[in-house]
Design a protein around this ligand. Structure first.
Ligand code: GLC
Length: 518
């Protein structure tokens, strides 16, 4: 996603004016609603107001872990009666069709994107106690296929970052805390702190910037600095890095608090091995850096109610899990056997997920009495490799190249062991989901994997772990997991510990509240 935009985009949107303007430093004009002639009324509450900005949130639009977090953390916070929680998202054309007709149009106005003026329409929807605002601009967000990876991503999120602040002003929903996530909304913090401070209402807003993955920083050629982002020269020192615009770096420097998604990752990114070039920036800002482990939505991922499962079950009664396993084996043409351990991987097929270790270890692993299931999509080299292995070991190994919610739940529930040997993992949610379904994780001790899964010792621990990035070490602990699996009593114990570990937001949302109160 890191990419250099050097090309000046010529918009075909009718609402675009091509007349070059001086860099827009001004706040949005408080125009009236073109539809009703009036500004919409939004209830102003006395609660502490938190506005989240992000590029995806479940169940509206989801491609990765960020969507899980923005779909569940705001909801958990909103349970606190003293908080008023909103989320602002782009109105992609691929937004979940079940919800789209319910969105209510509020207003529209124009937004400066460098010298361009672009249309922004604002839609509103309240869901699970959270106020969602969606920013509409078809030129930027009506696209086929994925929601990222376009030549003009820089421009799309420059627009969104600025439009989000303008929405706050137009609707008069100035928050106490603006909580931005990843590079796509890093620009909002840069505008807020560097260009919107002239307005008292913006000046008093505190900002939190959360790094979900430091690999994707939002880097663009310096020619975009004024032309695209409309940044003023006074903020050049904050935003420039290595001769480029670096949005993540700018937000780290300018936000009041930086957080990342696990305590271990907060330490790791001080180190060049993990920091993708930003280690000095992280170290310089370490005084305001916090690591808070993500939670998962335990209502959504619940084996007692999950509609995708072949049978429902709980930590107290695992009969349904045996049904899930047998049905999964049937469905994937694996021999239906209760006694063989199913080891599964559900992952994006990219290198930092530790797949090179799996490549090295999979044949020795398949020489044992096991069944292996791989579900995921990603780099073509891995897809081909795992397809090839599945062909060579048919009846023992199955590969499905897809993102598939339904199948993923059937695999989470029907498996015994969940393998996640990531090279780097800021937090990782799959190990928590697997645990919830009683599938015991085998993980490498990095980032959030290290903070959520502790090695089973016979008296404590909820999974199996190894520390060095080494296929033999991984194989060793997988074998340990298999040995434990064969001892029914021990397995029941570790499985129960995995299932009953509290991965809900209950505790972690409180950690964010503490940050907001700082
Ligand atoms: C990113 C990270 C992942 C984390 C997720 C949510 O996708 O790579 O580890 O769980 O964000 O914070």
């Amino acid at each position: 996603m890191t990419k250099t935009a050097t090309k000046k985009t010529v918009s075909t949107n009718k609402k675009t004016t091509t007349k070059p303007k001086p860099t827009a430093k001004t706040l949005p004009a408080k125009e009236t609603d073109t539809a009703t002639g009036k500004l919409p009324k939004i209830k102003v509450s006395k609660k502490k107001k938190i506005v989240f900005l992000g590029s995806e949130a479940a169940p509206f639009i989801a491609t990765g872990g960020l969507a899980d977090v923005l779909g569940s953390l705001p909801k958990a916070l909103a349970k606190n009666k003293n908080l008023d929680v909103s989320v602002i998202l782009p109105l992609y054309s691929s937004i979940n069709k079940d919800f789209r007709p319910e969105f209510k149009f509020l207003t529209n106005f124009n937004v400066s994107v460098g010298w361009r003026l672009q249309y922004a329409g604002i839609f509103y929807y309240e869901y699970q106690g959270v106020k969602f605002y969606f920013i509409d601009n078809e030129f930027y967000f009506k696209r086929e296929g994925n929601i990222y990876g376009f030549y003009d991503d820089g421009e799309r999120f420059a627009f969104f970052s600025r439009a989000a602040l303008d929405t706050i002003a137009r609707l008069n929903i100035y928050p106490d805390v603006l909580h931005c996530n990843d590079w796509q909304t890093a620009g909002s913090i840069i505008y807020l702190k560097g260009m919107y401070y002239g307005d008292e209402n913006f000046r008093r807003i505190k900002s939190v910037f959360t790094i979900h993955n430091i690999e994707y920083q939002g880097k663009f050629g310096m020619d975009t600095f004024e032309d695209l982002f409309g940044f003023t020269s006074s903020i050049k020192n904050y935003v420039e890095f290595d001769g480029m615009v670096n949005l993540m770096k700018g937000a780290i420097e300018m936000s009041d608090i930086v957080s990342t998604v696990s305590p271990t990752y907060a330490q790791e990114i001080k180190n060049s091995y993990f920091a993708h070039g930003l280690e000095n920036i992280i170290n310089r800002n370490a005084h305001k850096l916090y690591g808070i482990l993500n939670g998962i939505d335990v209502d959504y991922y619940n084996p007692e109610t999950d509609k995708y499962l072949f049978a429902k079950y709980s930590a107290e009664n695992l009969e349904g899990k045996a049904v899930c396993k047998a049905e999964l084996q049937k469905m994937l043409n694996l021999p239906v056997r209760a006694d063989v351990p199913i080891i599964s991987i559900i992952s994006r097929l990219v290198s930092h997920k530790g797949l090179d270790l799996v490549k090295e270890a999979i044949e020795p692993l398949l020489s044992k009495d096991v069944q292996v299931i791989i579900l995921g999509k990603g780099e073509i080299g891995y897809e081909n490799f795992f397809n090839h292995i599945a062909r060579c070991y048919s009846g023992k190994c199955v590969t499905v190249i897809a993102f598939n919610q339904d199948l993923s739940r059937k695999i989470y529930s029907g498996s015994d062991i969940f393998l996640m040997p990531s090279k780097m993992e800021p937090c990782g949610l799959s190990q928590m989901i697997a645990s919830r379904y009683g599938t015991v994780p085998v993980v490498r001790e990095t980032g959030g994997l290290n903070d959520s899964i502790k090695a089973y010792t016979g008296v404590k621990g909820n999974g199996f772990t190894f520390s060095d990035y080494n296929a033999h070490d991984m194989l060793y602990v997988i074998n340990e997991a298999i040995r434990t699996y064969q001892n029914k009593q021990e397995w029941k114990d570790v499985q129960n510990r995995a299932m009953t570990t509290d991965f809900s937001w209950k505790v972690q949302a409180g950690e964010y509240e503490k940050l907001y109160n700082k």
